[in-house]
Write a protein that binds this ligand. Structure first.
Ligand SMILES: *[C@@H]1O[C@H](CO)[C@@H](O)[C@H](O)[C@H]1NC(C)=O
Ligand SMILES: *[C@@H]1O[C@H](CO)[C@@H](O)[C@H](O)[C@H]1NC(C)=O
Ligand SMILES: *[C@@H]1O[C@H](CO)[C@@H](O)[C@H](O)[C@H]1NC(C)=O
Length: 418
């Protein structure tokens, strides 16, 4: 049986988690004379496949920005192969496994895809050319992550997420590896300490937290389209079939299952705090922190919320913009995390089966937030005001676009579809 797996990566959480398009890259991507023709084409593809990300990536600095752009396009191409139901399994599996080798083949391309983003496969030589123009440190990271992700995708093509451990494994392949890859790129660029790239456990948690939040929130959309990402080990305690959770008479069971999964996702928050505390560069910090605070806000909205089984759960636009503007230093992020943990705490019911576990992890999170507060002050000095104001401008622009394009954004989904 073929199964559509949507790669909802890291990058796209701005749009996906908030449920809105934030800005138009046409404004944020001025023509850059120093870029080669093919690199400009890559940014064009980036724009076309993810308008939100194209804007956000501008926050990163030169060399790192190009590396992240190419990293993104390579993974997008891999994901397009994985999603394409017209490619038979016996062809798709070797393609996924070998995808990283195509990076070093000048001419490799794939013209038979019917997917929306097929252009990244059709013109893969442009992307692989720019890949080969990157410094070796960047190339090694991108190629390694592409290899491991391809192998993981091939493994999950024919199997559903069963145990909680498999849930972690699946999320590792599609999101944890992105966190690990990005962290290694940050270190390779020397904007961050080597330790950021070496500590794969923390980087993995960054991806898992986003991915699980997405999977939890998208229950209805995914089940309606025949995709199942909620782990069987969780839902089988409360229902015979995953789809049954959407039945109104099953609401209590559904909420129990939901709260169990939210509690599981919350276990990544201490790692997220530890990871973000380590970052030194403002542009990298903003890039990493914003999706994480969006995720905790989303998770808090989802907790014990019947809407997860009835419609679309979104955080409010104003709330999303406020988060983007505020999440520029560690103490602000701590405060945000503490606030949303508190919000969840108020919603924990006396009868919820996961109650004890939820209370426990919330207590741990509260402690971690408080503990690292003291070690923050010393670091925040050397954050340049330039970056702070750049973040403000980005947020202000976003706000402006949100007001004018909110309606139209509903229809122009980046990564909504399979
Ligand atoms: C970005 O893409 C949009 C359509 O998706 C297009 O209108 C716009 O001109 C593009 N901008 C650049 C700089 O490519
Ligand atoms: C972040 O990186 C940029 C680009 O290298 C650099 O100009 C800036 O000073 C860095 N900021 C910090 C706080 O290290
Ligand atoms: C951190 O960010 C918050 C909100 O943006 C701001 O009010 C606060 O002054 C900042 N703190 C430091 C130490 O920069």
């Amino acid at each position: 049986m073929f199964h559509v797996f949507v790669l909802k990566i890291f990058f796209l959480q701005y749009h996906r988690l908030a449920g809105h398009e934030f800005s138009r890259p046409s404004r944020c991507l001025p023509p850059d004379e120093s870029m080669t023709e093919s690199l400009r084409t890559c940014y064009l593809y980036l724009n076309q496949t993810s308008r939100s990300f194209a804007a956000v990536i501008q926050a990163l600095d030169g060399e790192l920005r190009h590396a992240v752009c190419i990293f993104y396009l390579v993974l997008r191409a891999l994901d397009t192969v994985e999603d394409d139901m017209t490619i038979p399994l016996d062809k798709k599996v070797p393609m996924l496994n070998d995808f990283h080798t195509f990076l070093y083949q000048d001419e490799w391309c794939f013209t038979e895809s019917q997917e929306k983003d097929r252009q990244v496969l059709e013109d893969f030589p442009t992307i692989s050319l720019e890949f080969r123009n990157l410094a070796q440190e960047y190339r090694d990271v991108i190629s390694d992550i592409c290899h491991r992700m391809g192998v993981g995708m091939a493994e999950f093509l024919e199997k559903k997420v069963g145990s909680m451990k498999e849930w972690d494994q699946y999320c590792h392949y599609v999101a944890g590896l992105v966190g690990i890859g990005l962290s290694r790129l940050f270190s390779a660029s020397q904007l961050e300490d080597p330790e950021v790239g070496r500590d794969t456990e923390l980087a993995n948690s960054m991806g898992l937290f986003l991915q699980k939040t997405n999977i939890i929130r998208d229950y209805l959309e995914d089940t309606q389209e025949g995709r199942a990402f909620w782990p069987r080990e969780a839902w089988s305690q409360f229902a015979g079939r995953l789809e049954d959770l959407a039945q109104p008479e099953k609401l209590e069971s559904a909420l129990s299952c939901l709260n169990l999964l939210v509690t599981d996702a919350l276990h990544h928050v201490p790692d997220v705090i530890a990871y973000l505390s380590r970052l030194r560069n403002q542009s990298v910090f903003n890039f990493c922190a914003i999706p994480q605070v969006m995720a905790i806000a989303t998770l808090s909205t989802c907790y014990n919320n019947p809407m997860v089984f009835q419609g679309v759960v979104k955080i409010r636009k104003g709330q999303a913009v406020t988060l983007m503007m505020e999440a520029t230093n560690m103490s602000a992020v701590q405060t945000i995390i503490a606030q949303y943990s508190q919000e969840i705490l108020h919603k924990v019911s006396l009868t919820d089966p996961s109650r004890e576990k939820t209370l426990h992890i919330l207590a741990v999170i509260r402690e971690k937030s408080a503990l690292s507060q003291s070690s923050l002050r010393s670091r925040t000095h050397h954050l340049s005001p330039m970056y702070l104001s750049a973040a403000m401008v980005l947020a202000a622009l976003s706000w402006q676009y949100l007001s004018t394009t909110a309606a139209q954004a509903q229809g122009t989904s980046d990564m909504q579809g399979p």
